[in-house]
Design a binder for this molecule. Structure first.
Ligand SMILES: [Zn+2]
Length: 377
């Protein structure tokens, strides 16, 4: 097998040892004869590593070949090397391989030997992503998604662009004022990447059924639509659980932002969270009931600082990457995370579990338990 030191590894030759620096960590390998340094720096994918071991051992008779083999196995185990043989096939075009080469090495930093480092980028390219809301968070998220290499997008909004949007909504400019957000966003994204496949809906969502019609057939939904304030989260949750589509939702709350994700069938849903929050606090129970009954929200548009928008968009798109590519497990399920401007910390604001009696997702929990029981029998 041919092996290559990953491009994300920096080798250092120190007194009696080789140190490999990667992702803020250091792998230290004793090297009294200089043979390990020779071996590590010869790993460029041009020859099988067994051949390199033989060549290095010939030049260093004092070194046991088994020690070199053991180092090679450790490099493989700790994912510090890649095999160019695994990269021979990819569905990515030359344009995409070049455009997203920095992403590809990012994903490659996590890949095991033999895994194709192009596969995460291919998954982003193939994914169908729906973004509800093209305001502050929506425009940042869309820009990030397209920069990432997401190709199939559905976007939705009903608003027109106003001067007061330009403190944070980065896809719009002064000459766009008065224009529909969704069409302007579509045009601007196509200027950024002319190959995109974008479906734009200029419409207002008025029920869970409306949301279900739009999100059906997508691999993930990112919801940053905040109107109607007291109903949107419920409609989104109901529609996505019904359609079996994972979703990520988030928003600003004065000097903090909050964000969470739901993967139907494997995590709790928004209704599980609401039940849990109401059971934990009678105040939350009273306030949320009253807000919904009388549709109480801010009387004026809420404050929105672009820095909170940018951080939150980055968090939500990171979770999107994890869910779409499977490169790492999701980090926002069963919990509400918050970014606070006051101390610049990201923390967990609330946690919940999948509730087997949940009126929205309980049937998924029950069917999962059934299948587990069947397998046990
Ligand atoms: Zn639920």
């Amino acid at each position: 097998m041919k092996l290559c030191l990953k491009p994300t590894i920096i080798p250092f030759k120190l007194e009696g040892q080789v140190v490999l620096r990667f992702n803020g960590q250091y792998a230290k390998i004793p090297d009294p004869h200089g043979a390990i340094w020779e071996f590590a720096t010869a790993l460029d994918g041009s020859a099988p590593f067994e051949t390199l071991i033989n060549q290095v051992a010939e030049r260093h008779p004092a070194v046991d070949q088994e020690d070199l083999r053991s180092v090679a196995q450790d490099l493989i185990r700790y994912r510090l090397v890649e095999s160019p043989d695994a990269f021979e096939t990819t569905s990515l075009s030359d344009h995409d391989r070049n455009r997203f080469s920095r992403n590809i090495d990012f994903f490659g930093s996590m890949a095991a030997v033999g895994e194709n480092k192009f596969s995460s980028q291919e998954k982003l390219r193939a994914a169908r992503v729906c973004v509800l809301g093209c305001g502050g968070l929506g425009t940042h998220i869309l820009f990030d998604l397209v920069a990432l290499g997401v190709h199939h997008l559905t976007i939705l909004d009903f608003d027109k662009i106003e001067l007061s949007n330009l403190n944070r909504q980065i896809l719009y400019k002064e000459s766009d004022i008065g224009m529909p957000k969704v069409e302007t966003a579509r045009r601007r994204l196509l200027e950024f990447n002319s190959h995109l496949d974008i479906t734009a809906h200029e419409t207002r969502l008025e029920s869970a059924q409306d949301v279900a019609r739009v999100v059906s057939g997508h691999d993930i939904v990112i919801c940053v639509a905040d109107k109607p304030a007291n109903y949107m989260a419920d409609w989104l949750n109901e529609a996505c659980v019904q359609e079996g589509v994972p979703f990520i939702s988030g928003g600003l709350d004065v000097r903090r932002s909050v964000f969470y994700s739901v993967v139907p069938g494997s995590s709790g849903c928004g209704a599980c969270w609401l039940t849990s929050a109401r059971n934990k606090s009678s105040l939350v129970n009273s306030i949320s009931t009253m807000a919904k009954q009388h549709d109480i929200t801010y009387r004026h548009p809420g404050p929105a600082l672009v820095t909170l928008v940018a951080v939150t968009a980055g968090m939500m798109v990171s979770e999107t990457v994890k869910i779409l590519t499977g490169c790492q497990p999701p980090q926002l399920t069963n919990k509400l995370k918050e970014f606070t401007f006051d101390d610049l910390d990201v923390g967990i604001a609330e946690v919940w579990q999948q509730n087997p009696d949940c009126p929205v997702c309980g049937h998924l929990a029950n069917s999962q338990q059934l299948s587990v029981q069947t397998e046990t029998v």
